[in-house]
Design a protein around this ligand. Sequence first.
Ligand code: ADP
Ligand code: MG
Length: 233
Amino acid sequence: MIKLEGVHKRYRSAQEAALSEISIDIEKGEFVFLVGSSGSGKSSLLRLLLREERADAGQVFVLGKNLSDISGAEVARYRRNLGVVFQDFRLLPDRDVYGNVAFALEVLGKSRAFIETAVPDALRLVGLEEKANSKPASLSGGQQQRVAIARALVNRPEILLADEPTGNLDPDNSLEIMNLLERVNLAGTTVIMATHDQGIVDRMRRRVIQLDGGLIVRDSQRAGYNDQVGGEA
Ligand code: ADP
Ligand code: MG
């Protein structure tokens, strides 16, 4: 479903490569943690998958598309298959919860009838039906992130990309978000989540891809945050 082959990425303004020699295969339905310290390349990898950035070398295939070969309208169409969640929620402050989730469908030109079914479904999924008419500012951080997840999922994407989705949340809210992402994954959505929250990774025991200075230093199944492949402490 996702395949990277020998991918390199260096930003024009940067001396060092953000990603080097990245080769990864991700199957439909996997839950993958991207871990590594700040600056290791996690967000850059997610941006390649979103086609916000392009690889300088190597190939990125997602859902049967070579992302180097698509442009313009095709990129927009491609992105409809992806849901995205960020650390800082990125909700529209002037719209209520319903309006934030509906917005994702409005920009896709979905019919009113579709929106009127899909939005309540998505809010039910994240347990926020009763907050439909609340503004984001009146919600807790965990609730705001659940709205962002509802928005990411309302068009039923095949892949959910989450960049440090628990980075601004306390442990209880983080746990709630992880339970939600786990449910979403069990329902069939492929989830790729960048994080440096060791507790979460250790608890979930999923595939862990660890980056260091833009290189993959570990790719292991049912892993913890600090498990070592090479035996180093
Ligand atoms: P992470 O998400 O793991 O913190 P990033 O992917 O954001 O890592 O960054 C990887 C490297 O690329 C870092 O050295 C960072 O400074 C650099 N970088 C990230 N985004 C940009 C950008 N837009 N322009 C130039 N350099 C960038
Ligand atoms: Mg990042």
